[in-house]
Write a new protein. Sequence first.
Length: 382
Amino acid sequence: MRYRLTCLTPLLVGDGRKLSPIDYMVWKDHVNVLDQWRIFRLLAKGPRLESYLTQLKNAEKLDFASWGGFAQNFAGRRVPFENAAYSAYWNRAAGESLHIPTFASGASGQYLPGTAIKGALRTGMVFSQWRDGMLQDVLGRVKGDRPPRRPAESVEEQALGGGGSNRMRFVSAGDSGVVATGEFKIYLLRTSTLQPRGGNFALGWKQSPRGAVDGARPDESTPTFAEMASPGTTFRGDWDEKSFFLQTEVRKSLRWPEGFNRAKIFEAANVYAAGCLALQRQYASQAGMGLLDRNLDELEQRLAAAREKGTCLLSMGWGGGLLAKSAWLDTSNADYRNILQQFAIYNRALATNLPFPKTRRIVFLDNRPATLPGWVELAIEE
C-alpha cells in the first residue's frame, strides 16, 4: 500500500536546518542558495578570498554590490518568493527574520519524513481517548515535589497502550519519495495577536523583540520567511498495516478494542481536526480576519468530504502552534491552565486573561493574511 498526502495549505516539515543570510542572496524575487564550495574554489585562485571570508564572518547579509554575481552564476538552487512584494520586506528585515527554515531534504532532494505523519495521527488518537480523571492525574504529577520530565507519559499509555501494546504499532508510514524543487516557494508569515479593545478584542501583529502594531498595519510587524511546499503538492510513500495485530487472540492479549482498524485511527484524526478548526475559526472571528475565516471554512468543507471517502485531515509540521501539537483543546479548562502555570514559559501569557493562546502564525498569500500552515489530507492507495 501507498499513502498520498496532499497539501491544503503551505507546509513545512523541517529537519532543524535554516538558511543563514550569508548562505543565500535575493535576486529577481528569488532566494538564490549559494554553492559555497564552488565559490571558495573560485576565489582561492585570486586575491578576493580573504575579503569574502571577512564578510561571511562579520556581515549580517552579503553585500549585493560586491558579490551579486554569485547569485547569478553560483546558485545551487533558486526558490521563488510566493509574491514579488516580499523582496522589499526582506530588504528591510534584520536579525532572526533573515534565517529561513528549510524543508527536510536528503542527498536526492526534499521529502516528507514518515514520522511527521505518524506523529500527527498519534495526537488525534490520544485526543480521542481522553477519559475523566486523566487531566487531574497530570496535574497531580506536575504539582509534586519532583515534577517528572514527561508528566503526561502515563496518560498516553492509558490512551494508546504501553510498550508493545501501543495501538499506533498497527500502522507505519515510510519517508516519501523526492518531490520536485518547483513545488516549493518562500512564503511570508507574520504572528498575529489579540489585543483588548473595550469589551472585545482587536487584531495586532507582533514585533520583535516585543510589542505589537495595529492590525491595519501588518507591514510594520516582524516578518518570518519559510521554505514551504505549495498547496496542491503531493507526497507519496509506503504505508503498512500489520494485520497480525487484528487476529482475535492477539487483539485480546493486547487489550485492543474490537473493530480497531485504520478507519478508527483516521476518524480520531478527523475528530481532532474538527476541534482544531472550530477553535481557529473562533480566533479568526475574534481577530476580524475575514479571509482567514473563509479559508478555514473551506478546510471544514474538505474535512466533511474526507470523512465520506475514508481519508483524514491533519495539521502537521512547523508553524501550527500549541493547538496543533497538543492532544487537549479546551484551553479554558482550569486544570489545564494549572498544569501550564507550572512551566515558566506559559506564565506571562496566562496572566493576561486573554484567550490562550492569543497568537497565531499566519501565512500571507498574495501579500494578504490568508491561512494557517500545515493542513494536509492523507489518503491510502490500496
